[in-house]
Design a protein around this ligand. Structure first.
Ligand code: AMP
Ligand code: MG
Length: 362
């Protein structure tokens, strides 16, 4: 039975979570916000540095444990904003040295997916919709693969930026959701899906031009933006489900809190006979519990660094999900092999028939 502390600091949120045998003992967070404009990395990093020690002590108290009970310290290694990541890593290394306990570097995106398994999901396609990241991720042959993603900005940043143009502040997602509920007319805006990927920056420019023209109500624009962009997300998630043959869709990231995107995903899942999983809100947005949760799995797998080797660990701000070797997912591997076999059977049969009749004609 291991007790793992998790530290999240990739962007706006500093979070501390504690997990014991896959049970969340505590999950506290504090988010850097701005009155106007977007996130300033150095300011967010300062916010995290000021809070780290205090929140760590608070987490221990809330969990009812002592420092010496901790078996390992997990932290977000990437991807994320370098100044913010550095604060988290520095604090995690400090604890690792002080408590003489292993340090467990964790990929932030994979942590979102792994903690989603608390919902009962086992082998999902994850639609990950957060501020900076927007990706469709699923396990395939030893790695979590990115099946589709945004080619430019994340959907949360898109909503926050659009909200700034509407003059309604940060974070914009929840405010746009409220505005959209009052929208009545769908206004045509670009719909940009490129294969398995989406692009959002052109749509943002188009929306800003429409705001400036003062010809449309903000409610109708918010409604049209949500309907269009969420449909694009549902489309690439559905394509990944069709491609992998998986039977589960897991939602993750702050934008997944949105009831309309949940509703649209649900309709698609019902039509495809796929089960949808949505973790509770505190686990959807960035948090320390998910880092500790994946940290515990890695700890059990002896995938960590001992305190005397801390210098070998650094942050990886541009870390890609499929750069990370996964050697602890056994059940996924089996069911993937099964779904591949079924797919191959379905695919090979007609080709075999064609080739036989083709050969007969020769
Ligand atoms: P994350 O980076 O995963 O913590 O998510 C933060 C993003 O989620 C921000 O861009 C928010 O605007 C967005 N967000 C939070 N709540 C909602 C909501 N109800 N609808 C849409 N976006 C949301
Ligand atoms: Mg995130």
């Amino acid at each position: 039975m291991a007790i793992i502390l998790g530290i999240e600091s990739t962007a706006h949120t500093f979070g501390v979570g504690i997990i014991k045998s896959k049970k969340i003992l505590v999950n506290i967070k504090d988010t850097y916000t701005t009155e106007k404009g977007g996130i300033i990395p150095m300011e967010a990093a300062k916010h995290h540095a000021v809070l780290a020690e205090k929140m760590y002590k608070q987490a221990l108290e809330n969990a009812g444990i002592l420092e010496k009970d901790i078996d390992g310290i997990a932290f977000s290694q990437g991807p994320g904003l370098a100044p913010c990541l550095l604060v988290g890593m520095k604090f995690a290394k400090h604890l690792s040295e002080k408590l003489n306990k292993p340090l467990i570097p964790v990929n932030h995106c994979i942590a979102h997916l792994e903690v989603g398994k608390t919902t009962g999901s086992k082998n999902p396609v994850m639609l990950y919709m957060s501020g900076a990241n927007t990706q469709v991720i699923a396990y395939s042959q030893g790695k979590y693969r990115i099946f589709g993603e945004t080619l430019d900005i994340g959907v949360g940043n898109f909503l926050d930026n659009f909200a700034r143009a509407l003059g309604i502040g940060f974070p914009g997602g929840p405010k746009i959701q409220t505005l959209a509920a009052e929208g009545k007319n769908y206004i045509e805006i670009p719909y940009i899906v490129k294969g398995m990927d989406i692009s959002l920056s052109g749509i943002l420019t188009n929306l800003k031009q429409k705001v400036d023209s003062k010809k449309y109500s903000h409610e109708d624009l918010a409604y049209s933006a949500q309907e269009t962009v969420f449909a694009m997300l549902v489309e690439i998630a559905e394509r990944a489900l069709a491609y992998t043959g998986k039977k589960e869709l897991l939602l993750a990231g702050g934008v997944a809190v949105n009831s309309r995107v949940q509703e649209m995903c649900n309709i698609m899942c019902k039509e495809r006979g796929v089960k949808m999983f949505v973790p509770e809100k505190s686990l959807l947005t960035d948090n320390g519990a998910m880092i500790a949760y994946l940290g515990e799995t890695l700890f059990k797998n002896k995938d960590y660094v001992i305190p005397s080797k801390l210098n070998s660990v650094d942050i990886i701000p541009t870390q890609r999900t499929d750069e990370v070797e996964i050697n602890y997912v056994k059940e996924c591997k089996k069911s993937l092999e099964k779904s591949c076999k079924n797919r191959n059977k379905a695919r090979i049969k007609p080709y075999q028939n064609i080739s036989k009749s083709f050969i007969n004609k020769l």
